[in-house]
Design a protein around this ligand. Structure first.
Ligand code: BTN
Length: 282
C-alpha cells in the first residue's frame, strides 16, 4: 500500500513479519499470505485437497466473500483486520469437530488477552468484548469413512476496524481490538501470537483430551451459573448454564429442573458477561 511502513497496521501482511514473533513447531511453518482473495477458508481447503501439510496457514489482507457461520457473510475490509485459516488433520472421529472449535476459541481468547482482558468466549465460538463481537470462528470439515480427512478452521479477528468499517446491520454489535484499547494493532504480530496460542492449546487437546480444555474454556467464558437463553435449531431454551459436557456440548438446567445438552445455537447471557460486559448480541 502506498505510504505504508513495516509495522504499520495498514501495511500488507508479510510472512517475515509474522515469522519474527512465531514460536510454533508446526503451525504456520508453511505460511501463505495473499492480498485480496475470496475466502481464506476456500484457499486453505484447496491447499488441503492438494495435500498441504497440517499446519499450513492462509492469511489475506481482504476477502471478497468472507464467510461466517449459518450462511452469514463476514465483513473483511482491506488491511484492517486478521482473516486467517489453516489446515488440521486431526486423528479423530468427525464427532470431535465441535470440540476443536472450542479449543481454538480458547486459544483465540488467550491471544486477545495479550492486548486486553476485556474479552470473553461466547459459546460456541465467538469472542465478545463490551457486549460486541470481536472475533468469530468458522470450522469446516471434510470426512471419509468415519475419519476426518482435514479440518479448516477460519478465524476472523477485528483488529483495527473503526465503526464505519462495519456494515450498517452489524455496526451496533461489532467491535475491534483498536476500539477497545484505543491503540492500533500490528496485524502480523497479532497473527503470530494467535498461532502460538492455537498450537499450544491444540497440542494439549490432542495429548490430554477435551477434559484438559474444558476448565480453561469455562474460565474465559464466565458462563457457568449464569441465566442464559439459547436459540437452537428453531427452539428457545432458557435456563442456567452448568458448563461444558465432556464432548463440548453446553449443559443447561431448565426451570423445571431438567438438564439439556445444547450442541448448536446462539447464546444470550441474560445479565451480560461479567468481564466483557457482553450481552451476547452479535
Ligand atoms: C462467525 O462468527 O460467523 C465466523 C466468522 C469466521 C470468519 C473467518 S475470516 C477468515 C475465514 N475465512 C472466511 O471466509 N471465514 C473465516
Amino acid at each position: 500500500m502506498k505510504g505504508a511502513r513495516a509495522g504499520d497496521e495498514r501495511a500488507a501482511i508479510e510472512p517475515a513479519a509474522i515469522a519474527r514473533h512465531l514460536e510454533t513447531t508446526w503451525l504456520g511453518r508453511r505460511l501463505e499470505c495473499f492480498g485480496e482473495i475470496d475466502s481464506t477458508n476456500t484457499t486453505a481447503r484447496k491447499l488441503a485437497e492438494a495435500g498441504a501439510p497440517e499446519g499450513t496457514v492462509v492469511i489475506a489482507d481482504s476477502q471478497r466473500r468472507g464467510r461466517g457461520r449459518l450462511g452469514r457473510s463476514w465483513a473483511s475490509p482491506a488491511l484492517r483486520n486478521l482473516y486467517l485459516s489453516f489446515v488440521l488433520r486431526p486423528p479423530l472421529a468427525p464427532e470431535s469437530a465441535p470440540q476443536i472449535t472450542l479449543v481454538l476459541g480458547l486459544a483465540a481468547a488467550e491471544a486477545v488477552r495479550e492486548w486486553t482482558d476485556e474479552v470473553a468466549i461466547k459459546w460456541p465460538n465467538d469472542l465478545v468484548s463490551r457486549g460486541c463481537k470481536l472475533a468469530g470462528i468458522l470450522t469446516e470439515m471434510t470426512a471419509d469413512d468415519g475419519r476426518i480427512r482435514f479440518v479448516i478452521p477460519g478465524i476472523g479477528v477485528n483488529l483495527n476496524s473503526e465503526p464505519e468499517d462495519f456494515p450498517p446491520d452489524v455496526r451496533e454489535v461489532a467491535t475491534s481490538l483498536r476500539m477497545i484499547t484505543g491503540a492500533p494493532v500490528d496485524r502480523a504480530r497479532f497473527a503470530a501470537r494467535l498461532l502460538n496460542r492455537l498450537e499450544v492449546r491444540y497440542d494439549l487437546f490432542l495429548r490430554e483430551g477435551f477434559a484438559a480444555i474444558a476448565p480453561l474454556w469455562e474460565g474465559l467464558a464466565h458462563l457457568t451459573g449464569e441465566a442464559i437463553v439459547v436459540q437452537s435449531q428453531g427452539e428457545r431454551i432458557a435456563g442456567t448454564a452448568l458448563g461444558l459436557a465432556d464432548d463440548g456440548a453446553l449443559r443447561v438446567r431448565q426451570s423445571d429442573g431438567s438438564e439439556r445438552r445444547i450442541v448448536a445455537g446462539d447464546v444470550t447471557v441474560v445479565s451480560g458477561y461479567r468481564r466483557s460486559r457482553a450481552t451476547g448480541a452479535a
